[in-house]
Design a protein around this ligand. Structure first.
Ligand code: C5P
Length: 314
């Protein structure tokens, strides 16, 4: 054995994966498979999940908070997406041993920022290294897509356009960085419920609403603003079709957006299916001022920037 080489499985592997915001989220009609055709622009933000994989005979999981996140509602049984990711990789590669996963959460739970998807992506990368299963990016992507619509983006990171269920990804060109303040809620929201309410609203108000496109598109203005690294231009182009549904379930979120705008944010939207509110700010200094101003108004916000990389071994 050469110096530095080690037996697969003997050293724990730690992987970091980022949360995300949907800068733009266009939702098409409900499909027969229960999913909606999407066109979304994802951006990975500097709020991180950390997953440590340690060799074990069985599959088990523990969860810890980074101090900011409430983890009481995170399942530690087989319903946890990270454990499902580990089992799926083992099954598809013929690995017969297990793994202990330890998750350190830095992304709000059930918050619309893809924390569970980041855990699953991190678990795939960590277990692939632990078990030396040497999956290609394409193979990992395929497993990720089977776990959830947002998991492939958590692997990739950066800024990307997602179509299909949100899992067919094309990296987007960006310049510089974008500064955000994220305001989580104490109570999470169910993604299927928010999509369901959107369907109801669209049926009830069909006569008054524009026709729902079969294939939604990301506005060109979003791509131009990203490419130019222009926060003000991006602020004008933010959009989320799920927002009307999230606000109908949680009208108080509109107050959070208003408070963010009063505190100096350029724009605010519901992140993904909510309830986290994402406030885009002019730069890092402005974001810190918005965060402090919000704190004075009784809202707890956290500053993050994007784009940052996808799931990586640390
Ligand atoms: O794929 P994932 O498990 O993250 O999706 C959670 C739920 O969100 C789905 O069961 C579905 O109700 C809804 N969804 C959807 N269309 C998408 C993505 C998610 O309707 N493209």
């Amino acid at each position: 054995m050469s110096i530095g080489a080690y037996e697969p499985g003997t050293v724990p592997v730690r992987v970091r994966a980022a949360g995300k915001v949907n800068i733009h989220l266009g939702v098409g009609e409900l499909q027969d498979d229960g999913y909606h055709e999407l066109a979304t622009a994802f951006q990975a933000l500097s709020l991180y999940e950390e997953v440590t994989a340690t060799a074990a005979e069985d599959f088990s999981l523990t969860v810890e908070s980074d101090g900011f996140i409430d983890v009481t509602d995170v399942p530690v049984d087989d319903s946890n997406l990270a454990l499902r990711a580990a089992r799926l990789l083992a099954q598809s590669t013929g690995v017969t041993s297990g793994v202990h996963l330890h998750i350190r959460k830095g992304v709000p739970v059930a918050g619309g920022m893809g924390g569970g998807s980041a855990d699953a992506a991190a678990a795939l990368v960590a277990c692939d290294a632990l078990w030396d299963t040497r999956q290609s990016s394409a193979q990992l992507h395929e497993l990720a897509a089977r776990l959830g619509a947002d998991v492939p983006f958590a692997l990739l990171g950066g800024t990307a356009i997602g179509t299909g269920r949100g899992d067919e990804l094309t990296p987007a060109l960006t310049q510089g960085r974008f500064d955000w303040v994220l305001v989580p809620s104490e109570v999470g929201m169910s993604t299927p419920q928010v999509y369901g309410v959107l369907d109801e609203i669209r049926i009830r108000h069909r006569a008054d609403l524009p026709v729902v496109p079969l294939r939604p598109r990301v506005d060109d203005e979003v791509l131009h603003a990203l490419r130019a690294g222009d926060s003000r231009r991006l602020a004008e182009a933010l959009g989320n079709d799920l927002q009307v549904a999230a606000l109908s379930l949680r009208p108080d979120l509109a107050d959070t957006i208003d408070a963010g705008l009063r505190a100096g944010a350029l724009a605010g939207i519901v992140s993904g299916s909510g309830p986290t509110i994402a406030l885009l700010c002019a730069d890092a200094t402005a974001a810190l001022a918005v965060r402090d101003e919000l704190a004075a108004a009784g809202y707890v916000g956290v500053h993050a920037h994007g784009p940052v990389p996808g799931a990586r071994i640390v």
